[in-house]
Design a protein around this ligand. Structure first.
Ligand code: F3S
Length: 398
């Protein structure tokens, strides 16, 4: 890979340890994937924040980089393993909190914004169309590539961090226009009524197309919350963090539907629910906000919880960014949700918090949330926001 004089100096360690390590990572990646050079990125989003996933080895790696590493571009963080302020309320142990705080201290020292959200585009890290970025949370990468039209590969935590320290990323993969051309056509004939139907659709398309880029037709309208839900699901059950949706995603008009075609019918959506849902009745945890809830979703939750009382057998968590909760505090949403017995889980989510062994079952609006909850040994129910609220009120799914 071609390096400029300045990049060579960085690789030689003239700008310190973190920059040298970062250049080693970026050059190795560039060589593996055949990149000709590095390109500047407008922003970075770093995953791998939960101590639950990092462990002591990860914390040590971060502390080494934090010695002299400072980010050069806007860099935000994915959810951590706990609510950074109200972690006790979520049942997090002192030992875990102490370690998680050390992780956050290291990121803070690097100059990273402690946003702890998988929806950075809702709170100020919003790239523009065509902008090169280096993001590493799969749902956010898919949203950035598809809904915004920015360009990013699905970075790992270390490669995103390296891009933050250098301000550049190798020019390969989804940064290149020729690798963003759709190669399969998905025609959606199914009706999508509830938010969770978009997660079920992501399941169907992800499972069908796997590593191909779908060109999706048949969808007339999609809200931001529906698109973010779909993004999380399609990349979880498939693997490509990019789709084109005719008339909805920017630039879709530049492409034609590929010849290879899959049709998604109502029966496929029903089948997705059957696959995602387990045979379980008692619900220990209801978690909404995957990806992190928008202010509109929080308003909807508040309106459904008004004058309701949640079951004492079930916890109800709203996962969101702290900035979004601040907005909710300014209205009556937070008070309404908490009065009903619900809790805000800011800065964290059901996939990265240490929940294994604490809850046996979860109900959620998110197909991605179900996928990761099964990894945490929980039985899962995917349903509409109304169904999730009812489950939390009754302590049972039906
Ligand atoms: Fe976000 Fe966690 Fe879901 S990172 S997309 S809330 S699993």
């Amino acid at each position: 890979m071609y390096l400029t004089k300045e990049e060579e100096r960085m690789l030689d360690g003239e700008e310190g340890y973190a920059v040298r390590k970062s250049m080693e990572i970026l050059v190795a990646l560039g060589n593996i994937y055949g990149a000709e050079r590095l390109i500047k990125v407008g922003s970075v989003q770093v995953a791998g924040v939960s101590y639950h996933n990092l462990g002591d080895a990860g914390l040590e790696f971060l502390n080494e980089l934090a010695g002299d590493g400072r980010v050069r571009v806007l860099t935000t963080l994915n959810p951590a393993g706990m609510d950074l302020e109200d972690w006790r309320k979520l049942g997090i142990s002192e030992e875990f909190a102490e370690k998680q705080n050390l992780v956050i201290d290291a990121f803070r020292k690097m100059g990273i914004i402690i946003s702890c959200t998988c929806t950075p585009y809702l709170i100020g890290n919003l790239p523009r169309y065509g902008e090169h970025i280096a993001w590493s949370e799969s749902s956010a990468v898919t949203f950035a590539n598809s809904v915004i039209g920015a360009k990013t590969n699905r970075e790992g935590g270390p490669s995103a961090l390296a891009a933050g320290f250098v301000g550049k990323t190798p020019y390969y993969g989804l940064h290149l226009e020729e690798n963003r051309v759709p190669d399969t056509h998905v025609d959606v004939k199914a009706k999508l009524i509830r938010l969770s139907d978009w997660g079920a659709l992501g399941y169907c398309i992800g499972e069908d197309v796997q590593n191909k880029i779908p060109y999706i037709t048949g969808i007339k309208d999609a809200s931001l919350d529906e698109l973010k839900t779909f993004c999380a699901s399609v990349v979880t059950y498939g693997s490509k963090p990019l789709f084109h949706m005719e008339g909805i995603t920017p630039g879709s008009e530049k492409h034609n539907p590929p010849r290879e075609k899959v049709i998604i019918q109502d029966g496929d959506i029903k089948e997705a629910y059957r696959s995602i849902n387990d045979d379980v009745e008692a619900i220990d945890l209801v978690c909404v906000g995957c990806p992190h809830a928008s202010i509109k979703e929080i308003a909807e939750i508040a309106s459904l919880l008004k004058n309701r009382k949640l079951s004492s057998n079930t916890q109800f968590w709203v996962a969101t960014s702290r900035s979004m909760k601040d907005l909710a505090d300014g209205r009556s949403y937070t008070a309404t949700i908490e009065k009903a017995g619900g809790k805000f889980a800011c800065d964290t989510c059901m996939a990265v918090a240490p929940l294994k062994g604490r809850f046996r079952s979860v109900a959620t609006t998110s197909a991605k949330g179900c996928y990761y909850s099964r990894h945490n040994a929980m039985k899962t129910k995917l349903g509409s926001l109304e169904e999730c609220v009812e489950a939390a009120v009754r302590g049972r799914w039906s």
